[in-house]
Ligand binder design. Structure first.
Ligand code: NAD
Length: 501
């Protein structure tokens, strides 16, 4: 029998009568579980418990919060393989890749464990004569997190450990396509000493999201997903008076300069273009290559890509799995078709290699390389989000930078070069939020913050790291004087200033 997964509210599983969301194993195309859109009654119960837990959590010392997060880190470490297995089943990510995702998530818990250090305020003694002033950072209350399908453990871990460490309670609404790993990491959190209800999880789709954003008990919204949804979540949050950070989609370019080490470059580029079947917001999906090295580059690329393994039987670190759903597979295939119709040349066709494997089940697509791509093609301008690498030829570094800067997205990019001068010029002039120099996936560590420019991020603060701390807190500035007796100088209606005092 197919199991309904319910929601997690106040530390317990809660089930609805109506089941309306099927969850598939993308490697087999079979339904593995069902979920339900959270009903109004469930949403109400959740919000009540989130507010109650926030009120309790406020009185926990920072040291206690930190020790609970440390307890959680240990639980995640212990269960890393189990979490990865759930991700493989629910999303089709190969095991080693799934383990890597969980490890990157745990780094954010480690950062949050140091909350005592991170949350220190700012203090000035005698800022005005006999006046002291300091700023401290207070929690917001109930924070909502909405996450995408492609990192069901890592992206929630970008959000809730820091939101909770800074004193908030958190409601997670994971992707309806693969919520199982998100549920498991919430279940693990509920095994710590944290008050029940501090971290709740509601399943559902857009309707659940908009009910939650509109509710006055929700104080802030962290969103990660596609650009159109990020924009609409940001707009709804703004009109509802909520603080919001909404991270969107991407189209990430790799510039290959003539002085790059081609062997190193193609190794790195292949990992970043085809890892997770290209379903990463930092995946390198466009290779911008100088014409003088293009032939050598493409030969090396094709030679290595032809050895990649994909499909049901090859789920190890040198292989890749399926796309998340039938609809997504069709969307990626449509973009390949569109590229052909727009005049690009398919060098390696994942649709054909997949047919050769004679696979009938699962949402697999082989690695695809498309050459002669031009910047006016629709298939280039949009995010494809699959194992597809598009190749564009250039003759000059400024031409490449201009091309990259014209993209409506601004998430990540990378330059492959052995010249410090060129690398410096590239990173200085490219209008992109995260830049790699010979690093194909420049995902910042948890000590920094993650976020793109342009249509890749709506909001003022990046996610996790120092910006995450600012996002989940509000500044309070206290100015104080303890007058000694008899020091009154009488009433003065003019604006107080230091010179007068
Ligand atoms: P998506 O936008 O379809 O869904 C993301 C979340 O929003 C899900 O929880 C979904 O239920 C919810 N949602 C969907 N439609 C909604 C609506 N109209 N109103 C409110 N909520 C809605 O994204 P996806 O397909 O799950 O994920 C892939 C996308 O996420 C890609 O575009 C990828 O680039 C992007 N992504 C971005 C980052 C980043 O850091 N910038 C990271 C990971 C993924």
């Amino acid at each position: 029998m197919i199991k309904n997964i319910g929601h997690i509210v106040k530390g317990k599983y809660l089930f609805e009568k109506k089941k309306n969301l099927d969850i598939y194993n993308p490697s087999t195309g079979k339904i593995i579980s069902t979920a339900s859109n959270a009903s109004n009654a469930t949403i109400e119960k959740t919000l009540k418990s989130s507010v109650e837990a926030f009120n309790k959590w406020k009185s926990y010392s920072i040291a206690k919060r930190s020790s609970i997060l440390f307890e959680y880190k240990v639980l995640l470490e212990k269960n890393i393989n189990k979490i990865a297995k759930i991700i493989s089943k629910d999303l089709g990510k190969v095991h080693d890749d799934a383990v890597g995702e969980v490890r990157r998530g745990i780094e954010n818990v480690e950062y949050a464990c140091g909350i005592g250090e991170i949350l220190k305020g700012e203090f000035n003694r005698n800022i005005s004569t006999t006046v002291d002033s300091w700023s401290e950072f207070s929690p917001l209350g109930v924070v909502l997190g909405i996450t995408p399908f492609n990192f069901p453990a890592m992206v929630p871990l970008w959000m809730f450990p820091l939101a909770i460490a800074t004193g908030n309670s958190f409601i997670l609404k994971p992707s309806e396509k693969d919520p199982l790993a998100s549920m498991f990491i919430v279940e693990l959190f509920n095994q710590t000493e944290a008050p029940k209800g501090l971290l709740n999880l509601l399943n559902g789709d857009r309707d659940v999201v908009s009910s939650l954003i509109k509710d006055e008990r929700v104080n802030a919204v962290s969103f990660v997903g596609s650009t159109p949804v990020a924009k609409s979540v940001y707009e709804l949050s703004a009109v509802s008076g909520k603080r919001c950070q909404a991270l969107g989609g991407a189209k990430n370019h790799a510039l290959i300069l003539p002085d790059a080490d081609i062997d190193y470059t193609t190794d790195q580029l292949i990992s970043a273009a085809f890892g997770s079947s290209g379903q990463r917001c930092m995946a390198l999906s466009v290779a911008v290559v100088f014409s003088s090295v293009k032939k050598r580059f493409l030969e090396s690329l094709q030679n290595k890509v032809s050895k990649l393994k994909f499909g049901l039987d090859n789920l190890n670190s040198n292989s890749f799995g399926p796309l998340v759903s039938k609809e997504h597979l069709e969307s990626v295939e449509n973009y390949i078709q569109m590229s052909e119709e727009e005049g690009a040349r398919i060098l390696m066709d994942g649709r054909i290699s997949m047919k050769r494997k004679n696979s009938t089940s699962g949402y697999f697509l082989g690695p695809t390389i498309i050459d002669n791509v031009k910047s006016n093609m629709k298939s280039y301008q949009n995010e494809i989000f699959g194992p597809v690498l598009q190749v564009i030829e250039v003759d000059e570094i400024n031409e490449a930078i201009k091309l990259i800067n014209k993209s409506k997205f601004g998430n990540g990019c990378c330059v492959f070069t052995s010249s410090g001068k060129n690398a410096r010029s590239f990173s200085e002039n490219v209008e992109i939020g995260m830049v790699g120099v010979n690093i194909p996936l420049p995902v910042p560590s948890s000590f920094h913050s993650f976020g793109g420019w342009k249509n890749s991020l709506f909001g003022d603060l990046n996610i996790y790291g120092p910006d995450g701390v600012r996002f989940y807190t509000q500044r309070k500035t206290i100015t104080q004087r303890w007058p000694s007796s008899g020091s009154s100088q009488g009433v003065d209606l003019s604006m107080p200033s230091n010179l007068k005092q």
